[in-house]
Write a protein that binds this ligand. Sequence first.
Ligand SMILES: [Zn+2]
Ligand SMILES: [Zn+2]
Length: 130
Amino acid sequence: MFVCTNCKKSVEEQGNIGTHHRNHCPFCLFSKHLDMKKPGDRESKCKGDMQPIALAYKKDKEIMLVHECKDCKSISTNRISADDSEERILDIFYTSVRNKQKQKLREIKADLEVLDLVDEDEVKKQLFGI
Ligand SMILES: [Zn+2]
Ligand SMILES: [Zn+2]
């Protein structure tokens, strides 16, 4: 268990998803910069707070969270867990649209397919099944 440095809630590391380690808080969706090359390697020395700033598609259209480290500004994508707050994810989506994250992230990470307002229906479908 760990205490989220952003919202201060206690988080079960295993969650209800079984095998893979949780890498972000299910309440506020903040993460910590622990991994360097691949998820779970825990090689990073940064340990900065990673803020969820946008949503992006994986190749199969699965929606991923995009995190930006507040300290070193590195960008990473992470799978959404079954018990992540859907409202919070939707919140991040609308904030990213307002902040024009798609345009901003294109300059840093051109291969990232960041979601924009045109993807609103798909986001709601994947989050709420509607
Ligand atoms: Zn949190
Ligand atoms: Zn960092």
